[in-house]
Ligand binder design. Structure first.
Ligand SMILES: Nc1ncnc2c1ncn2[C@@H]1O[C@H](COP(=O)(O)OP(=O)(O)OP(=O)(O)O)[C@@H](O)[C@H]1O
Length: 238
């Protein structure tokens, strides 16, 4: 366990009604850290993240967030406590404006929506000009920025990001990582599932390699980057 963890997951098993897809995994994120979950397709990375977000109910295990056991709490209750989640797909409402998307992100907060919108537009100035546009007219990179911003409206302590760079051109991937680093610089922790393993390891403090529903290796990201065996064996030489 990481000392001073904002998130600790112990013995998490979760699936979709049949045999568990994730089979007793442990992981942790230290306050304000970026940690990543990497591994081959179908390993259960997104499934584990969905359970932490409260979208899937665990079969077994415990999720401790910010000092409290949130395992039985709804997604909304987790968001209200500061656990933000950006799913891989359908992460913005295409027919709603950028402003409306941000307002939905603040549903767990009763006050301060205008102030939060202003501070997020200061963080990501490109959003301000787009506030009145339907989100469906944004580019892939802008959409990703909006999805992150929508989660930030809930004033999170930790953001769960499921492949935020999926399908983006390398230049846009760079931009998304800049945004993630900006978010971290504001003291917000990030647990990210990422396909681009090398990139994720470069920016992370610790990493978990998931294979076939289990954590096959974990350690500091620097250690992982130094282990070509691991990269070749589990990560497709990425
Ligand atoms: N909604 C679902 N219903 C049933 N099975 C699912 C569902 N979503 C995912 N699975 C299965 O769970 C397993 C793990 O999938 P998951 O998406 O968690 O893997 P992943 O490691 O995130 O993979 P990828 O990198 O390809 O996104 C796979 O066998 C997948 O087919």
């Amino acid at each position: 366990m990481t000392t001073n963890s904002v998130l600790t997951v112990e013995g998490l098993s979760v699936g979709y009604g049949g045999a568990p897809v994730v089979r007793g995994v442990d992981f942790a994120v230290g306050s304000g850290q970026i940690n990543c979950v990497v591994g081959p397709n179908g390993a259960g990375k997104s499934t584990a993240l969905k359970a932490v977000a409260g979208v899937l109910r665990p079969i077994a295990g415990k999720i401790i967030f910010d000092g409290s056991d949130v395992t039985r709490l709804s997604t909304d209750a987790r968001v209200a406590r500061g656990l933000g989640y950006v799913p891989q797909v359908a992460n913005v409402f295409a027919t709603l404006t950028v402003m409306e998307n941000l307002q939905i992100g603040a549903h767990a907060k009763r006050r301060g929506i205008k102030e939060r919108t202003d501070s997020i537009c200061e963080l990501f100035p490109a959003l301000r000009d787009a506030l009145g546009r339907p989100a469906g007219t944004l580019s892939g990179g802008q959409r990703s920025m909006l999805a992150l911003s929508r989660a930030l409206m809930g004033d999170p302590k930790l953001l769960l990001l499921d492949e935020p760079t999926a399908g983006l051109a390398p230049k846009l991937e760079d931009q998304v990582w800049e945004h993630i680093l900006t978010i971290q610089a504001h003291g917000i922790g990030v647990l990210i599932v990422e396909q681009n393993t090398r990139r994720a390891l470069t920016h992370s403090h610790s990493a978990y390699v998931m294979v076939d529903g289990l954590v096959a290796a974990d350690g500091t990201a620097a250690e992982m980057l130094d282990r070509p065996d691991l990269v070749d064996m589990y990560l497709g030489g990425a």
